[in-house]
Design a protein. Structure first.
Length: 317
């Protein structure tokens, strides 16, 4: 890792949030989990993580989004990431983490995973543990399915539990408008609702008897950098379950699509909604329209790089 040594007082890392422009969920397995196929894209909504030397492990969190539900104890994923790195490398000290969040909390955009990825990169640089990126990815996979992608960034295809990643070529820049919601959705609850929905309609919508896959149309649209083509292929199997738990979100989806979005969908397990715009001007118009309707609308673009040490020297307190 470049950007710091063990003697550096403070390390700053920026890690992006993400959306799943395509998400297919396989049948529930015997262990209660599902195989998935996802097309991830990292977006320009960032988590900023600062790490500084400490005898123990501690964290403070602020942000431009509501952070009231973010844990400040050992259950925080960033703290778990730092402890995992320390135990793996034999590092005997600790770290104080300061996180500024701009990714909606519990919104299906991987903010917690970005914090964990940021903590891995920041602590590796701060402590001088010098792990290869492949080793950091192994640790990331232990922390959660979305953490490896937060390290990788860009655009990638995820299979298995979502953590088996293959980088995907995406030309150009895709413009997005995100609508966050203060009422989070539990990811396990959304998966359970999907399983129940499929069981009730087993003859119509049970998952196909094959491994989930990202279809060629998604890949072609990403390679071409064509938002109109991508709009024809965006899909999220979890959306039907998320909308069943939160039917109010359907009205916002309809408003966005009536107001010029090429496509609108639930991001991951929700409740954040993602709208694909044709260009930057269209995204701005859509953001204004949704904001005027009382929505908390944010603009972002992708793809952007994964968690990286920042050259910004500004310390956080």
């Amino acid at each position: 890792m470049s950007g710091a040594t063990a003697s550096t007082f403070q390390v700053h890392v920026r890690a992006p949030g993400k959306i799943n422009v395509f998400f297919e969920v396989g049948a529930v397995e015997s262990d209660g989990y599902h195989d998935v196929a996802s097309a991830y894209q990292a977006l320009s909504l960032y988590e900023d993580v600062w790490a500084e030397h400490s005898d123990g492990f501690s964290i403070e969190v602020a942000g431009s989004v509501d952070v009231a539900g973010v844990p400040l104890d050992e259950s925080n994923l960033a703290v778990r990431a730092a402890r995992l790195l320390a135990s793996t490398t034999g590092y005997s000290g600790g770290v104080h983490l300061t996180i500024h969040k701009a990714v909606p909390v519990a919104g299906g955009m991987g903010g917690g995973s970005a914090d964990a990825a940021g903590a891995l990169v920041a602590c590796d640089a701060l402590w001088g543990t010098g792990l290869a990126m492949s080793e950091l990815h192994e640790l990331a996979a232990e922390l959660g399915a979305d953490v490896p992608f937060s390290l990788l960034g860009g655009t990638a295809i995820g299979t298995g539990r979502g953590d088996e990643l293959s980088p995907a070529l995406a030309r150009g820049r895709f413009e997005w408008v995100l609508v966050s919601n203060s009422r989070g959705l539990s990811t396990p609850a959304v998966y359970q609702a999907l399983d129940e929905y499929r069981a009730q309609r087993v003859l119509d919508i049970s998952p196909a008897p094959r491994a989930p896959m990202v279809p060629p149309g998604v890949m072609q649209a990403l390679r071409a950098g064509d938002p109109d083509m991508l709009a024809l292929h965006v899909s999220n199997d979890l959306q039907v379950a998320a909308l069943a738990l939160r039917p109010d979100l359907a009205e916002i989806l309809e408003l966005g699509e009536r107001s010029g979005a090429l496509a609108g969908f639930v991001s991951g397990s929700g409740p954040t909604l993602a709208f694909l715009a044709r260009d930057e001007a269209s995204a701005l118009d859509l953001q204004v329209t949704l904001s005027a309707a009382g929505c908390d609308a944010l603009r972002a673009h992708g793809p952007v790089p994964g968690a990286r040490v920042s050259t910004d020297p500004t310390p956080r307190r």
